[in-house]
Design a protein. Structure first.
Length: 344
């Protein structure tokens, strides 16, 4: 047995064990990671180490095209708080892999039928599947500044970005060597990196940590008074929110709030996440802004204020994000909330 086959089977065995552990963990994030591992395993098994029966061949090769769509699903599950994949999204992921397999199957006829499109068709399906990785990159980078969970804040760049770049590199190599035999040393590098990544992830999961735990956020008003005397920074944050209304500042970032409180940003991140339970800064802002909005909407003295004016006063740049945040927290629109308390 060649070194490449040995490494491949070792990787498959590790991935199978890791996927089983993660799947039975039960949380959506762990199952998304298990699904991603399963697709990587399919990619390895489609490499020719086994002669698959004709009936299984399409299934294995469709599974082998799923790592990049699965990476997008994984990144959303890890980094988008409250994300739950819809049936439409899952159908889109599987449909993209099926379309990729069909493109591979009919590619020779398509190139013969439309020779002018040969350069583009030669990059298929890897080129359009790579869009899932680019979309995942965008989400990873977009939400990093507001992420308050320490391990996840670091993970955005150092772990999942590495996996994404690795997936893109594999796609580019497949495009470059389309129709040619891939050099064995490149296959060895790919399988060795998969083996090392899987082993590292398994060892990391052995260390006790609240990776998949979800805490219940609470506003500053819900914090026991005794905690303010025990934490100077918490007391300063409470003063800034309750008295100075700093959270009504439009476009407020955690860096700006840390500068206002004259503290290091990492200490403020740790406080809002560890003491108050918020996974990201935007959720912390929305919770306190909507808390103020509810008081304004039921105040008879402010009955003449329009919903738009209230949204602007609370720091929202338009009405739409205010409505979305209000409905997410209260289950109804600001107008419905106001009318209900007026008895309308």
């Amino acid at each position: 047995m060649k070194a490449l086959e040995i490494l491949t089977w070792m990787s498959v065995a590790q991935l199978l064990g890791l996927c089983a552990v993660l799947f039975f963990h039960g949380r959506p994030v762990s199952r998304a990671l298990a699904f991603f591992g399963l697709t990587v395993m399919g990619h390895l098994l489609a490499g020719g180490i086994l002669d698959w029966p004709a009936g299984l061949f399409p299934f294995i090769h469709i599974l082998a095209l799923l790592p990049m769509p699965a990476f997008y699903l994984l990144s959303r599950s890890v980094f988008d708080d409250g994300f739950r994949p819809s049936r439409v999204l899952l159908l889109l992921l599987f449909a993209s892999a099926l379309a990729g397999w069909l493109l591979n199957f009919f590619k020779p006829w398509l190139i013969e039928w439309m020779p002018v499109w040969k350069p583009l068709l030669a990059t298929m399906p890897q080129s359009f599947l790579s869009l899932f990785v680019l979309a995942a990159f965008y989400g990873i980078l977009r939400g990093r500044s507001s992420d308050l969970i320490p391990w996840r804040y670091r993970l955005r760049i150092w772990i999942l970005s590495f996996i994404g770049v690795f997936a893109l590199a594999i796609a580019l190599a497949e495009i470059y060597f389309a129709g040619l035999e891939v050099p064995e040393y490149l296959e060895l590098i790919k399988v060795a990196l998969i083996l090392a990544t899987t082993l590292g992830l398994m060892l990391w999961l052995l260390v006790p940590r609240d990776v998949f735990s979800v805490s219940s956020p609470r506003t500053l008003r819900e914090v026991p008074t005794s905690r303010y005397s025990a934490s100077t920074l918490l007391a300063s944050l409470e003063q800034s929110i309750q008295s100075e209304k700093i959270h009504h500042t439009e476009g407020l970032t955690i860096g700006q709030l840390a500068a206002h409180l004259k503290c290091q940003e990492y200490r403020l991140r740790r406080l809002i996440n560890g003491e108050l339970g918020y996974p990201n800064f935007n959720q912390f802002l929305n919770a306190h802004r909507i808390q103020d909005a509810r008081e304004i909407l039921i105040d008879p003295a402010q009955a003449d204020q329009t919903i738009l004016t209230i949204a602007f006063d609370l720091g929202y740049q338009s009405l739409a994000p205010f409505n979305v945040a209000f409905r997410k927290i209260t289950g109804e629109t600001p107008t419905a909330f106001r009318n209900r308390h007026r008895g309308i």
